[in-house]
Design a protein around this ligand. Structure first.
Ligand SMILES: Cc1cc2nc3c(=O)[nH]c(=O)nc-3n(C[C@H](O)[C@H](O)[C@H](O)COP(=O)(O)OP(=O)(O)OC[C@H]3O[C@@H](n4cnc5c(N)ncnc54)[C@H](O)[C@@H]3O)c2cc1C
Length: 422
């Protein structure tokens, strides 16, 4: 077994791991990053939010992203039968200086970020899976990783777990709690030649709702489009073994997407992913901390995963830097990180549960800019996770209108189904 030392070990080379590693290396620390795969590797999570740009700029990769990926100017929502549709434009977003985001092929996106980490001085080991964490009492003192040429043990002052939904520390320490309501399964693939929105919105995302859940349609450069269905558990169970596959069934049930795929050719086998809604009961311990998906993930509907992971990474880098400089490894170092990120994530969490609720969705499909509510919703969709007081008041107003409309509709005897747990 090889033995080495570092200030910080980062587990995972996704957006969260690369960002934390880059910022810590730039702060002068010796950082070793282990990534179990060899890049470039496929990853789902292809729609970015405008506020990610702030972090790209900080990392120095904004130009590379601009040169590589298509612009996404907004988010288009449509009912399965096309009876209602609306478009939220990022140019209207409250407290967001960026009018657009990108749609990215994750293998290329994550490669840019990982190469950038290397450039900052991070020692990156691809093809190395972290197998164990070393502890001295309650304090994490490093990891053991295994690659093609054997095992390596690294002693470190901090371990940053950015292992994504694999959840290295969360599973090891049994901290992961499945969301009690959301139990969705996603099926997705890429197409060539799918239909696009006209004009400047040819790169914008479409979210199409249907009886079984909702679809994303995410355009890339080169006429490639990612299409995925996120399905309620009852729909998934009903059709999972259907001939021709559940993805094809979902497309049949959602003509708004079927129309976009009329002349399209599927480029790869349909992949599925489930059990992706969870939070960790704690985000950190003595000498270790979890970043992004390793700490929590709820649902992809508002494309928040990469932004949240990179925001976690920024917060973690600040605190780990402080911990090393002050020789302090206590979990208390991360108390305000956890509090801040749970609060930031909850901006999306509220919208996510809302998205499966008819009263919320009705309001969402009929935007009205009284009290700047369209700007507020666009601001959330743009990734404003640390909203100002005024912004929070408008969010509260939006939620109150949803609540009132639910009560009124129930009072009128109308059904207001909440499909979050379906
Ligand atoms: C169906 C679906 C659709 C989604 N769509 C979107 C979207 O449109 N936009 C968006 O922003 N987000 C989306 N997400 C979420 C997005 O995928 C994640 O939030 C994002 O990838 C999190 O980044 P991360 O760096 O935390 O983790 P990851 O990107 O998962 O990176 C973790 C890395 O750690 C490595 N790793 C894991 N275990 C180990 C180990 N033991 N040792 C070494 N390496 C390890 C993995 O190989 C991986 O490269 C979606 C998620 C799902 C399920």
């Amino acid at each position: 077994m090889k033995i080495q030392t570092a200030d910080v070990v980062v587990v995972g080379g996704g957006p969260g791991g690369s960002t934390a590693a880059t910022l810590l290396a730039r702060a002068g620390h010796k950082v070793v990053l282990f990534e179990k795969d060899h890049f470039p590797r496929f990853r789902i999570g292809e729609s970015m939010l405008p506020m990610v740009r702030e972090i790209y700029e900080r990392l120095g990769v904004a130009e590379a992203m601009e040169a590589t990926f298509i612009r996404k100017y907004g988010a288009h929502f449509i009912r399965a039968d096309g009876s209602e549709e609306c478009l939220y434009e990022f140019a209207d977003a409250l407290d967001c200086p960026f009018g657009y985001a990108f749609h990215v092929v994750r293998s290329e996106h994550d490669q840019i970020l990982l190469d950038n980490a290397r450039k900052a001085g991070v020692e990156v080991h691809e093809g190395y899976q972290v197998k164990e964490a070393s502890f001295n009492g309650a304090r994490c003192t490093g990891v053991i990783a295994e690659g093609e040429d054997g095992k390596t043990e690294v002693s470190s002052k901090f371990v940053v777990d950015a292992s994504g939904r694999w959840g290295f520390m969360g599973n090891r320490n049994k901290l992961r709690v499945a969301d009690p309501i959301l139990r969705k399964t996603a099926a997705f693939t890429h197409f060539k030649g799918a239909g696009r929105l006209p004009g400047k919105h040819d790169g914008s995302i479409t979210i199409a709702t249907f009886e079984g859940g909702w679809f994303w349609v995410i355009p890339f450069k080169n006429d490639v489009t990612s299409v995925g269905a996120v399905m309620h558990n009852e729909y998934f169970r009903k059709y999972k073994d259907i001939e021709g596959g559940i993805f094809a069934q979902a497309v049949r049930d959602c003509p708004a997407v079927g129309k976009r795929l009329e002349n399209a050719e599927m480029m790869m086998a349909v992949m599925t992913e489930g059990s992706f809604s969870y939070r960790s009961s704690e985000f950190a311990g003595e000498g270790w901390v979890m970043c992004g998906d390793a700490a929590a993930f709820l649902d992809p509907v508002f494309s928040s995963g990469v932004l949240l992971s990179m925001r976690c990474a920024e917060q973690i880098a600040e605190r780990v830097d402080k911990g090393i400089k002050t020789n302090s490894y206590s979990p208390a170092l991360f108390t305000d990180y956890e509090k801040k990120m749970r609060k930031g994530m909850s901006v999306f969490w509220r919208f996510i549960y809302g998205f499966y609720d008819t009263a919320f969705l009705d309001l969402f499909f009929r935007p009205n800019n009284k009290f700047k509510l369209v700007n507020t919703v666009s601001g959330v969709l743009a990734g404003n996770i640390f909203p100002s007081f005024k912004f929070r008041m408008r969010l509260w107003l939006f939620a109150s209108i949803v609540r009132i409309s639910r009560v009124v509709r129930r009072w009128r005897g109308e059904a207001v189904p909440d499909r979050a747990g379906a």
